[in-house]
Design a protein around this ligand. Structure first.
Ligand code: ATP
Ligand code: MG
Length: 451
């Protein structure tokens, strides 16, 4: 799943770690010292570095500093001998995610620490993605279908009321959440988001509430949770429908009492945040099936707002497409990009199951394909069946009457393969190209058995 580089001057340690991690499905490379590791890091992609500290030549701490500086995307776990606490502390200060004491006797501890480091990385990547969205809160809400929505957002923004944003994927829930923040009195405070689907339950709990030192294996230091980080600002609970029962109960308490404790802690902290939640699931139906707590639903849906899918706001399509294309043109350094009247018509007629996100992706592809300033229908790759086909060439003719595989899964597989190929194997950029999170990409790769 992840690419891990193990660095230790002892052959026994290297092979033990490599074997344990390979069993987990990771692809592992090993190096016997810091210099070899630095060479490997320079030429191959690595998600996680597991390094000993005391080694001949370039030592672990210097290697760590080098990686932090040159490849901030790589997560680092250091290995320290028992009793050398100072070096572990120095490594943590230099940006290591965690340390493990040698001899590493428990594969379970190793697995857990590695899993946490990788999840942490996924979370940071995800944050970086949302930061990109942040610079992009340019809204096109002019259409008749959107005006009641915008009015509702404007009216509720300056209040403290909890808002529940509902809508299909890609309809702009996150954009709306950021607008609520910007139009509120908390605009100068932080906007902190947590995607409830992106993390495992335990991690999500400590991510939300923070934890005290020793609260669980791996909790080597106290850590503040995101609710604390959001003090005075807005807290965005994305994909709230994915919360498991236990966390639903914990969240309910914070919403009701505006207080909480860190995991493993006894001190009660105040939650001075404005809550905004979003979901693309039907929470009422989930409630009826007993999957979502009724009391939590009512706490969240104090002010529910539904973002209509694009197919319900056709009037919005043309201005929205033009706006998005202008911004894409700015990003690509090609001002003056525009739609031909025929292309514009095709866009308006298309059903857009992936909503604004899909529209944006289609326009970006079209902009890249179009050599001149005008986007024509042939640049748009719109499949008449409703799914935007990510292929340049027409599908191969059906052999012996066999219908070509146009299931969503097949199209998705193809899109993923092409994106990964187009980005030279870089998963993060492939995910960006596809307009999905890195974690979602990994999930799909796993689900479809694509290594
Ligand atoms: N009104 C809008 N104006 C400009 N851009 C928009 C608008 N609505 C959505 N977008 C763009 O569409 C993309 C998807 O929006 P967003 O991430 O807010 O959707 P979402 O509803 O949160 O989707 P998901 O449920 O999949 O997370 C983003 O690139 C966003 O910038
Ligand atoms: Mg979203």
């Amino acid at each position: 799943m992840a690419r891990i580089l193990v660095v230790d001057d002892e052959e026994g340690v290297r092979s033990f770690l490599a074997e344990a991690l390979e069993c987990e499905g990771h692809s592992v490379t090993t190096a016997a010292d810091g210099d070899e590791a630095a060479r490997l890091l320079a030429k191959q992609g690595v998600d996680l570095l597991l390094t000993d500290l005391k080694m001949p030549g370039l030592d672990g701490l210097s290697l760590l500093r080098k990686v932090r500086e040159e490849q901030p995307d790589v997560e680092v776990i250091v290995l320290t001998a028992v009793g050398s606490v100072e070096s572990a502390v120095a490594a943590m200060k230099a940006g290591a995610f965690e340390y493990l004491t040698k001899p590493v006797s428990s594969p379970a501890e190793l697995r857990l620490t590695v899993a946490r480091a990788l999840e942490h990385r996924a979370l940071l990547n995800w944050k970086a993605e949302t930061r990109q969205v942040a610079g992009e809160v340019v809204l096109s809400w002019g259409a008749p279908a959107m005006s009641p929505v915008v009015e509702a957002l404007r009216k509720v923004a300056p209040t403290q009321a909890t808002v529940l944003l509902m809508g299909e994927s890609g309809t702009g829930k996150e954009v709306a959440a950021r607008a609520l923040h910007q139009w509120s009195e908390r605009a100068d405070g932080p906007f902190v988001a947590v995607n409830c689907a992106a993390l495992t339950e335990t991690l999500l709990e400590s991510e939300l509430f923070g934890h005290e030192k020793g609260a669980f294996t791996g909790a080597v230091a106290q850590r503040r949770g995101r609710i604390e980080l959001a003090q005075g600002g807005t807290f965005f609970l994305d994909e709230v429908g994915e919360l498991k029962a236990e966390l639903q109960a914990k969240l309910l308490r914070v919403l009701q009492e505006r207080r909480f404790e860190r995991v493993g802690g006894t001190r009660t902290l105040e939650a001075d945040v404005r809550w905004v939640a979003a979901t693309n699931r039907d929470l009422k139906a989930m409630m009826a099936r007993g999957e979502f707590r009724e009391d939590l639903y009512h706490r969240l849906a104090v002010f529910p707002i539904r973002l209509p899918p694009l197919r319900e706001r056709r009037e919005d399509l043309r201005p929205l497409a033009e706006l998005l294309l202008r911004r894409i043109g700015e990003e690509l350094g090609r001002p003056g990009l525009r739609l031909s009247p025929e292309a514009s018509e095709r866009l308006v007629a298309f059903p857009w199951p992936g909503n604004v996100r899909e529209l944006r992706n289609a326009l970006e592809r079209a902009a890249i394909l179009a050599d001149g300033p005008v986007v024509e229908p042939r640049h748009l790759w719109l499949d008449p069946t409703g799914a935007a086909a990510p292929v340049a060439a027409p599908a191969p003719a059906a052999e012996g009457g066999r219908v070509p595989d146009t299931t969503l899964e097949a199209l998705e597989r193809m899109a993923i393969e092409q994106a990964i190929a187009a980005e030279g194997g870089n998963r993060k950029r492939a995910a960006q190209r596809l307009g999905i999170g890195l974690r979602t990409l990994y999930d799909k790769l796993r689900r479809y058995g694509m290594q």
